[in-house]
Write a protein that binds this ligand. Sequence first.
Ligand code: NAD
Length: 274
Amino acid sequence: MTLDLFDLTGKVAVVTGATGVLCSEMCRGLAQAGATVVAIARNLDNINTLVTQLQDSNGTASGLSADVLDKTALHQAAEQIIAQYGRIDILINGAGGNRADASSMPGQRSFFDLPEEAMQWVFNLNFTGAVIASQVFGKVMTEQQSGVILNISSMASYQPMTRVIAYSAAKAAINNFTHWLAVYMAKEHSTSIRVNAIAPGFFLGNQNRYLLIDKDSGNLTERGRLIIEHTPMNRFGEPQDLVGTMLWLVSDASRFVTGIVVPVDGGFMAYKGV
Ligand code: NAD
């Protein structure tokens, strides 16, 4: 059956940033497609809440607390996953985000005053975190000679967004890394290890709410209004909008696809405003 191509029964999927707005929905999609989900984030209470929700919906799931910038913690996580499930088939590098003090804001912070520490923090979380997790879990895939890595990029990767300098640079680096790792895995390890990315358009999340919604009035900010105006489908994305593309990219349905970044953006990238 054609739909069997999307079936993830027997696959073990590790998701970093699993408790976030977008990745918790991806975890639900993975579990519904039959995968065993290992949710990685930092806050154990949030992890336990997500894992219970997945299990209550008949999913198979467990969770681990680890920082994606802590390679030792990720190695320990990989050992635990292998001891429990014996393999790692899918890695979704979902941990990411921005910080207000790394964003220029008219009247508040100019580019010239952005602290290096804040920019470095954002760059490390969005780029280095995905690289380290791919080193640790990708190595397991090379031993198995199979696996799929999915990075989460952004519209800011193709052309930078105003305000978010380090975030844009890190996501541009993620696209480059996606191409790089796809070639490396296929040429030097296995043609059955694929690496792709999703570039979500604008989804209301913890990292960007302060930029898009005025916290006092609850109305769209000027930036939020501009985004909707430049999104032909005329709305922010909803986490569920990412699930179909995610399932395609982590399943055999995309078995000849590697090294691509797929925009899921309601047409934002295609539209020049005229
Ligand atoms: P979110 O803030 O809701 O979730 C981020 C998750 O990452 C949380 O679970 C958090 O605990 C985890 N996390 C943060 N730092 C971590 C660390 N050092 N180690 C481990 N986990 C860590 O964010 P979201 O909006 O769901 O975004 C998920 C991904 O999608 C991010 O990479 C983000 O940049 C990207 N993205 C989001 C949007 C959007 O509009 N929301 C658009 C494009 C791309």
